[in-house]
Design a protein around this ligand. Sequence first.
Ligand SMILES: [Fe+2]
Length: 298
Amino acid sequence: MFLEGSKAAMEDDTKHPGEALRIAVQKISNLPTIPVLAQEIIDTINNENADVRKLEDIVSRDPIISAKILSHANSALFGVSHATTTVAGAIARIGLNNVKNIALGVSMMTIFDSPRGAKVLDYERIFNHSLAVGATAEFIMRSLYPNSTEALFFDGILHDMGLLVLNRYFPELYSNVIIKNKTGIPLVDAEMQAMGFTHAQIGMWLAENWKLPDGIASTILNHHTPAMAAIGREKVAVIHLADFIISGNFFAVTRKSPNYMLDLAVSDILGLPDNKIEELTAKVTAYMISKGFEINRK
Ligand SMILES: [Fe+2]
């Protein structure tokens, strides 16, 4: 179902989301710094002389990241028929860019996977959701603009990073969000009601704290409200559409439906007639099913 976005509810439910966020993040006493591995990859990407071997060396040093990359290089999303067991094999199979993006995204997400303590959200579920949104966003971009060189995988992987921060640092507060969400209130609206700020806002705060590029911060902040993006609006709209499709049909971030609402501004931003959105949704869903993903049974 296509519904209006939740901007109005967000504006009504709290007059000072910035203040609520500021108070919340002050309570985070020891936020992890950007992982060394992620920083090394960023430095490698920025170095024009960077080569495949250097990236392979960096990634291979971390067994957890390597294992994640291999599992995703071998996943149905990349349509593989036999498994690869080395980082070099993964690079050959899914490309240097994909390996770089997965390594970056995974290294950033992994530090929020706390084995101890209360958790209200399922880390693995958010992880799989995020990778699927990244891959789907790239598929949508290629379908709409075959000549586009815009890379969306990284934005997709990180778009819900705020959920991981909340899960790790505010599990009790977030359990109130989940209770509201289970009554049918969309997740973002439930967050505004229970916390006074959203996972998108705290995600952007982290992106700024870690000095990630502005484009990523904009995607994270606006992935539920693409019309509000000041930069990269098309990219944000594609991430939003991918998020909507994956949340509704495949992997939502919560076990029960999060009642994800599509912001109809997507049509305007991407210059598409409304029926094109439905057509794209059907095409992406068929593509995912062809890759072996099971559609949600509601
Ligand atoms: Fe989200």
